[in-house]
Design a protein around this ligand. Structure first.
Ligand code: ATP
Ligand code: PH2
Length: 300
């Protein structure tokens, strides 16, 4: 069956605005009617019955009315674009179709409606940390990381995957990791249309496909994929989440040379939001002098 995303469809939101090219449109105003179709993964909300796991259509409707009633534009194209941008800014919305109807437009002949439709897809930068310290079917952790990168490249909704070099790192975590073999770590950058929880579920699927079993917290593993950051804190588009199932940014990333060193390797301008604000990764690394990180293979 062809892949079809779940949807929330909100239709017929009516508000008065002063958009238009003609002077009387700017003076007198008219009604605009807006339909919004949002691609949202509804499986989590369907299972949890929790409003926080979906998009509140009442909030979307209020945003639409505020934009229609706001600053006048000449064109309904720009109105539709602004609405699409506001809707896509919601973390759970993966794609949106916005229709703006203008049934009282000055068309000059009898007509029933004129509408524009814009379709936009989310395209957010993400940072994914990869780690492994157990062999898988006799293959070294390096081979598992390379295989994981191939899975990322094939994941629908992820594109432009770029990977750091591979690093050998001593286990970090004191007592909890004592006696474990060294890890191999890397960082992948990508762009995604997927919502954070959906992307994390895809990462868990790749871990499982590559032999990961979830038994002991911080136990040795054939593969660990963490979502370090979703969006870009340098322009304020990053998502901060305290949902225990999807913590963002990853709460321990700033203390981990095995994340920060490969990340800086693949993005010298990288920055991370921490309790202190947005900090360049290059400034976080020198604070972690006690952690051993050694490059094994350069960027590919
Ligand atoms: N940003 C995130 N990235 C990865 N896992 C997350 C994130 N936020 C919450 N989790 C959840 O954390 C739980 C533990 O994840 P995982 O098994 O990868 O932990 P770990 O690798 O042992 O430790 P750490 O989280 O310190 O790397 C999982 O249930 C996962 O869903
Ligand atoms: N060097 C290193 N240490 C770790 C790592 C890891 O990937 N690399 N992962 C951990 C739990 O996710 C705990 N400690």
């Amino acid at each position: 069956m062809a892949y079809r995303a779940d949807l929330i469809r909100l239709t017929g939101v009516r508000a008065r605005g002063f958009h238009g090219v003609l002077a009387h449109e700017r003076r007198d105003g008219q009604d605009f009617i807006v339909d919004v179709e949002m691609s949202v993964d509804l499986s989590r909300a369907g299972a949890s019955d929790d409003l926080r796991h979906t998009v509140h259509y009442g909030e979307v409707a209020a945003d639409v009315v505020a934009i229609v009633e706001g600053e006048p534009d000449d064109l309904i194209e720009s109105l539709a674009e602004q609405i699409a941008k506001a809707v896509l800014a919601r973390p759970l919305v993966e794609a949106v179709e916005v229709t703006v109807h203008k049934p009282q437009a000055p068309v000059g002949v009898p007509f029933s409606d004129v509408e524009v439709v814009v379709r936009r897809t989310k395209d957010v930068p993400v940072v994914i940390a990869l780690g492994a310290n157990l062999e898988r079917d006799g293959e070294a952790p390096q081979a598992t990381l390379r295989q994981a990168v191939r899975h990322l490249q094939r994941t629908r909704g992820l594109r432009a995957v770029r990977v750091s070099g591979l690093y050998a790192t001593a286990p970090v975590g004191g007592e909890l990791v004592a006696g474990q073999p060294d890890y191999v770590n890397a960082v992948a950058l990508a762009r995604t249309s997927l919502a954070p929880a959906t992307l994390l579920a895809r990462l868990h699927r790749i871990e499982a496909d590559l032999g990961r079993t979830r038994d002991v917290r911080w136990g040795a593993r054939t593969l660990d994929l963490d979502l370090v950051q979703y969006g870009d804190p340098r322009d304020g588009s990053d998502v901060a989440s305290t949902d225990p199932d999807v913590l963002l940014p990853h709460p321990r990333a700033h203390q981990r040379a095995f994340v920060l060193v490969p990340w800086l390797d693949v993005d010298p301008e990288a920055a991370l939001r921490t309790g202190e604000g947005v900090t360049p990764v290059a400034e976080l690394i020198p604070r972690l002098t006690d952690q051993t990180v050694r490059e094994l293979e350069g960027q590919r």
